[in-house]
Design a protein around this ligand. Structure first.
Ligand code: KG4
Ligand code: ZN
Length: 338
């Protein structure tokens, strides 16, 4: 069974073909990052327009790269939630048109559940039950999953998503967009212990990253640093850029790691998965890997191109849902929130 997946929930126009729910025949991702870079974040109206322009060629390329014709597609899967509503509508409309024209079934897929499913697509050993961490530009959530579509949310961010915090801190530090990969690289040359940061694990399952973002802002601007001890008129001390990046990253990573392993232990699961763009972070992979290893937990994460937004994960989960008897109708609607 050849499933065509379509993803347009944020700033990537993506299409992919997955065979029998396991083999990725093609995966095309056209990123809009250059369009949004000047604004330091995704501008919804610009995103919708760019999706509308790209969706046709991206779908055609995915089908051609798979060595197939549109008539060979047996199922259309599409991200229908959550995301930017105008952006989602482009993908959902394209998917419905294709399904109708081809006379093939359509299945709506949840973007977050697809990030979790990317672990299964990439690793045959990854199964259920597991604890999954989704860390991206729009989401930071922990789940206890019993199947591809059975997810109990254990915790989520109260403010910024982890990737959003990376992006905003990079903006504060004048590093460019998107900030995650830049901070990841820069932090390798820094000393995380050289700058004090708030600890972000309050013992509960929810996340909060706005405090550490503000801490970075103050440290960088030199406010509240060495207050009272500084001679009048003296310029406030500024930490080294690399050290500040490393300290910020360490604080975020530590919170993600401790909350994830605690959730796995509390739920008594042996498998941990992660997904979303921040799952590319080298320090997160290293520290979560160590923490899981020490506790006898098996950690899985997809390769980089299946962590960031892509349509292979949509086609993979769409196929699994279809096998379970889940199909949508042409009434399928885009939904902004989960
Ligand atoms: O999953 P994704 O491609 O899109 C969303 O669904 O949001 O994630 C994009 C986010 C951005 O915030 C980006 O800065 C972050 O993932 N990111 C990283 C890294 N690579 C991408 N964050 C930290 N370290 C990285 N290496
Ligand atoms: Zn995503």
């Amino acid at each position: 069974m050849n499933c065509l997946g379509i993803e347009t929930s944020c700033d990537e126009t993506a299409a992919a073909v997955v065979r029998d729910g396991r083999t990725v025949l093609s995966s095309v991702v056209r990123t809009q990052v250059e369009l949004h870079r000047v604004f330091g974040g995704v501008v919804p109206e610009i995103a919708c327009r760019a999706h509308a322009e790209a969706i046709g060629p991206v779908v055609e390329k995915a089908v051609a790269d798979a060595g197939l014709k549109l008539a060979d597609i047996d199922l259309v899967a599409v991200t229908s939630q959550p995301g930017l509503i105008g952006a989602l509508l482009v993908g959902v409309s394209a998917a419905k048109s294709l399904a109708w024209a081809l006379g093939k079934p359509i299945v709506g897929v949840d973007h977050i559940e697809a990030h979790l499913y990317a672990n299964r697509l990439a690793n045959a050993g990854f199964g259920y039950p597991n604890v999954g961490l989704v860390v991206s530009g729009g989401h930071t959530s922990l789940y206890h999953s019993r199947g591809p579509a059975e997810h109990e949310r254990l915790g989520a961010t109260r403010d910024d998503a982890a990737g959003e915090a990376f992006d905003k801190v990079a903006k504060i530090l004048g590093l460019g967009y998107p900030g995650g990969p830049i901070i990841d690289r820069l932090a390798r040359q820094g000393d995380a212990k050289a700058v004090e940061m708030p600890r972000l694990d309050d013992g509960g399952p929810d996340f909060s990253f706005s405090g550490v973002k503000t801490a970075v802002l103050y440290k960088w601007k030199g406010q509240n640093v060495g207050k009272g001890r500084r001679p009048r008129g003296a310029a406030p001390p500024r930490p080294k850029l690399e050290d500040l990046a490393a300290a910020f990253q360490e604080a975020v990573v530590d919170a993600l790691v401790s909350k994830t392993v605690r959730a796995a232990e509390e739920r008594g699961v042996r498998m941990v998965g992660m997904g979303g763009g921040v799952a590319c972070n080298s320090r997160l992979r290293e520290k979560l890997g160590d923490a899981c290893h020490r506790r006898g937990l098996q950690l899985y994460y997809p390769p980089l191109d299946l962590c960031t937004d892509n349509a292979a994960m949509i086609a993979g989960l769409g196929s699994a849902l279809f096998e379970m008897g889940r199909v949508s109708t042409l009434e399928l609607d885009a939904v902004a929130t989960r």
